[in-house]
Design a protein around this ligand. Structure first.
Ligand code: NAP
Length: 278
């Protein structure tokens, strides 16, 4: 890491909790790669309005915003880009000419992770879930020309998102098989400590499907394990996390993120944490 001195620019991830965040590791690696005099730290935050006032007062250069503040933070910013407005959530704040601008890089991160495996335009995509992750992924995939179906437990929330995305909607309880080329789980089903859970029947997975899980703890969720066994291509949630972080770095610095190194580091760290049971 660059030596910290009086001119070091400060960036951070804010949320609650943030202690296990991958962002400090991959963002500091990117700063070091470009020999930028900058540092990225994790700041646990409960009062989001106070944190943004603090960002202005302390001249913080950029923030990543995570759960539970992605929606509420918007009211405290000077402007948001079109993607963030549409999604209704901000995960990145950029300081530009002393104004704080909100962005959402989650959808584009998911898109890049999927595009590395398959073509999106005209693909039939089923998104399980209708929360923040689903909104970000849904808007990005729709813009890339996918044909979307939303499947959700709560009918009202699922219908609302499907309406916004001009997608089909199927209530989770009425789902009876999968007819799609790409299946994306955006629910927390399968996340540690409930890693045995799976959102769809493994028998519905077939070998010409690409299956993505936003959950990355564990990295190989039960859904991805079943998908691989059925011959599907799989896309794990850590790739999306790193891609969206690379887009954040590029928004903050205008420099190209060292994606391969960021990916490699994130996977090494996650694997060592999971082996250690953390
Ligand atoms: P969220 O806004 O709370 O939405 C959760 C969604 O999952 C809702 O649609 C909810 O359905 C559904 N759901 C929750 N529990 C369920 C269950 N037991 N059975 C069926 N459906 C269930 O959460 P989010 O922010 O979208 O995050 C969802 C997951 O994605 C989390 O695990 C998060 O860590 C992950 N994520 C990963 C990345 C990444 O970069 N890899 C980025 C964003 C999010 P109802 O509407 O019926 O409640």
């Amino acid at each position: 890491m660059t030596t910290i001195d009086g001119k070091t620019k400060v960036y951070a991830v804010i949320g609650n909790p943030v202690a296990h965040s991958f962002s400090p590791l991959i963002q500091n690696l990117a700063f070091a790669h470009h020999q930028l005099n900058a540092v990225y730290v994790a700041l646990p935050v409960t009062a989001i309005g106070d944190a943004i006032t603090g960002m202005r007062a302390l001249d913080l250069q950029g923030l990543s915003v995570t759960i539970p503040h992605k929606e509420q933070v918007m009211a405290h910013l000077d402007a948001c880009d079109q993607d963030a407005e549409r999604i209704g959530a901000v995960n990145t704040i950029v300081r530009r000419d002393n104004r704080l601008i909100g962005y959402n890089t989650d959808g584009r991160g998911a898109l890049r992770a999927l595009e590395a495996k398959t073509q999106i335009k005209d693909a039939a995509v089923t998104i399980m879930g209708a929360g923040g992750g689903a909104r970000a992924v849904g808007y990005a995939l729709r813009a890339a020309g996918a044909r979307l179906t939303i499947v959700n437990r709560s009918i009202e929330r699922g219908r609302r998102l499907a309406g916004e995305l001009k997608a089909m909607f199927i209530p989770l309880k009425q789902l009876n098989g999968l007819d799609c080329q790409i299946l994306i789980n955006t629910t927390p089903v399968g996340m540690t400590p409930n890693a045995d859970n799976i959102i769809v029947s493994p028998a519905w997975l077939h070998d010409n499907m690409v299956v993505m899980d936003l959950v990355y703890n564990p990295l190989q969720t039960r859904l991805l394990t079943a998908a691989a066994a059925a011959g599907c291509q799989t896309v794990d949630g850590l790739g999306m996390l790193v891609y969206q972080g690379a887009i954040q770095f590029e928004l903050w610095t205008g420099k190209r993120a060292p994606l391969d190194q960021m990916m490699q580091t994130a996977y090494q760290i996650l694997q060592s944490r999971q082996q250690a049971g953390g």
